[in-house]
Design a protein. Structure first.
Length: 127
């Protein structure tokens, strides 16, 4: 039986400093995932209480053809308490889109704000 190898594999045990570095990498990765979980609320990820709902979070909104936001600049829209942190268009992502950027049908606008502000902004974007 042959086993395919994708490169040299070392059977040497990790040195002490390598263990420390690996531990730090894993800790940082865990912290970053926790931050993402705090921003993006998934199904069953958080208890349903007022404290969690009031937290600021990220929320993507897909603009359909009939959206009143289509052909308007992001800065023209009344979105109090909201920051448009990113925009995805035709497979390309843009962080911090400029206020004069005109929205198009099919754009995904990523909103950041409290749950209440996000709900109101989504209603504004979708009509």
């Amino acid at each position: 039986m042959q086993v395919a190898s994708k490169g040299p594999v070392s059977a040497e045990p990790l040195r002490g400093d390598q263990h420390v570095a690996l531990g730090r990498i894993q800790e940082q990765r865990g912290n970053r995932y926790q931050l993402l979980r705090e921003f993006i609320r998934g199904d069953g990820g958080f208890p349903d209480d007022a404290h969690v709902r009031a937290r600021e979070r990220l929320h993507p909104v897909l603009l359909p053809l009939g959206s009143p936001a289509v052909e308007r600049a992001i800065g023209e829209l009344a979105l109090p308490g909201i920051v448009a942190t990113a925009l995805a268009r035709n497979g390309e992502r843009r962080l911090e889109p400029p206020a004069d950027l005109r929205l198009e049908a099919g754009d995904v606008v990523v909103l950041f704000g409290s749950a209440g502000d996000v709900e109101r902004a989504e209603a504004t974007l979708l009509g």
